[in-house]
Design a protein around this ligand. Structure first.
Ligand SMILES: Nc1nc2c(ncn2[C@@H]2O[C@H](COP(=O)(O)OP(=O)(O)OP(=O)(O)O)[C@@H](O)[C@H]2O)c(=O)[nH]1
Ligand SMILES: [Zn+2]
Length: 391
């Protein structure tokens, strides 16, 4: 992997080229983190820089390696959610950094970061929450690790020399991707805006033969989002009528395996049937597994739920928000399909608001609930009680 530093912003580079370069660099950084590598992050505005790696990927050699590359000992950066789980009842800010004792090994780090890795070490003088430096690096590190769909916890070692030469030398010496804090912040919106229509095909379904699949490819090498077009939504759009749609977030366990832990399988097939009955509509099958924490983290959340947490607390103990989904990709697909006025099948008020924020007019919410079973009853109750779902 090249260690090329971001080019200085010249007047000759077009905004589109700069956006493409940003997406490329963030994708490289994500790939590095997912394979256990290190990334150099710089905040030009605050003249700070540090080297980070994902806490869940730490190995015996990477801890001293990080210290060597940065010239300082790493701290463990956690989300406020995770810090609150480690230290209930304490006031916490948005991001927390923990000092690590010199003897900290990978298992010690992982148990602080991941509640499914074993009992967390108690916070003490040696493992204390540190006053957060105003350099913005911890928040950038967490945002990047989250984009990599890893447990949102990072080891971050700050550089002593943060002038351009010092940063360039650190990147060169350790062969690191160098990424700017502003690029990490800009990435989610840029990535959603650059969905490209990759392929389209007629796919007759058991419940409706007149169906077409359109695949939208994200620029980050991630899984494509799929629009399932039933009947002729184009005719509805041309006639100025709102299109019946469903936003369905991918659920490997529910959609494919028929898991009884959730209602996703029923909702998926039920939505296709409902659209088929009405004759026309669109189902967006969104690659946002586990409310966008990813399948691996969803399995961790299930493990915590088996120990007594509900679906909201389980996400938060892992360090995530209860729902990490963004609505920009769904809205972008609808814009590209021309369906900007919709009747939305959902029980989730957040989906109505999320689409509206991105310029989609939700003319009507259509309820979309199915009977519960003994395995998903508590899950559905929690959605109603804590996430505002209207059942
Ligand atoms: N993190 C997490 N995700 C879950 C859990 N159970 C189901 N999911 C995910 O939740 C998502 C459900 O998505 P949807 O059915 O589209 O959305 P919703 O918020 O329930 O809203 P509705 O439109 O009313 O169905 C899927 O991505 C599932 O994988 C859980 O316990 N934890
Ligand atoms: Zn599900």
């Amino acid at each position: 992997m090249s260690s090329a530093a971001p080019p200085a912003k010249s007047d000759s580079a077009s905004p589109a080229a700069l956006r493409a370069a940003t997406v490329k660099r963030v994708e490289r950084a994500i790939a590095e983190l997912r394979r256990g590598g290190q990334v150099l992050v710089r905040n030009r505005e605050r003249e700070s820089a540090g080297i980070l790696m994902a806490a869940e990927m730490v190995t015996p050699s990477s801890l001293p390696g990080l210290t060597r590359a940065a010239g300082s000992r790493p701290t463990l950066v956690l989300t406020a959610r995770r810090a609150a789980a480690l230290k209930p009842g304490q006031p916490i800010s948005s991001v927390e950094s923990l000092a690590l004792p010199a003897k900290a090994d990978p298992d010690f780090v992982r148990r602080l970061a991941d509640p499914t890795a074993g009992p967390a070490p108690a916070l003490s003088k040696a493992v204390a929450i540190l006053p957060e430096p105003e350099d913005g690096l911890a928040a950038s590190a967490l945002a990047l690790v989250k984009q990599a769909r890893l447990i949102p916890a990072a080891l971050l070692a700050r550089l002593a020399h943060t002038d351009s030469e010092g940063v360039a030398a650190a990147a060169r010496d350790a062969d690191l991707v160098l990424i700017e804090a502003e690029e990490i912040a800009a990435y989610p919106a840029l990535a959603a805006a650059r969905l490209t229509l990759a392929a389209e095909a007629r796919v007759p379904l058991a419940d409706i033969e007149d169906a077409r699949l359109v695949a939208f490819r994200p620029p980050d090498g991630g899984v494509e989002h799929i629009a399932i077009l039933i009947g002729q939504p184009e005719a509805e759009i041309a006639a100025g009528r709102p299109v019946l749609i469903r936003l369905h977030s991918q659920c490997f366990t529910g959609d494919l395996l028929g898991s009884l832990r959730c209602d996703c399988g029923d909702q998926l097939r039920g939505a296709i049937r409902a659209i088929a009955e009405q004759g026309t509509g669109i189902l967006l099958y969104l690659a946002q597994e586990g409310r966008d924490i990813g399948l691996v983290n969803k399995l961790r959340a299930y493990q915590l739920q088996d120990l007594g947490l509900d679906t909201v607390d389980a996400n938060e103990h892992l360090g995530f928000d209860a729902d990490e989904r963004a609505f920009a990709p769904a809205a972008e697909m609808l814009h590209q399909l021309g369906a900007t006025r919709v009747r939305l099948m959902t029980n989730n008020p957040e989906k109505v608001e999320g689409l509206s924020r991105h310029g989609i007019e939700v003319a009507e919410r259509v309820a979309h609930a199915f009977p519960s079973n003994s395995h998903n009853e508590a899950y559905l109750k929690t959605k109603a009680k804590r996430s505002g779902h209207m059942f």
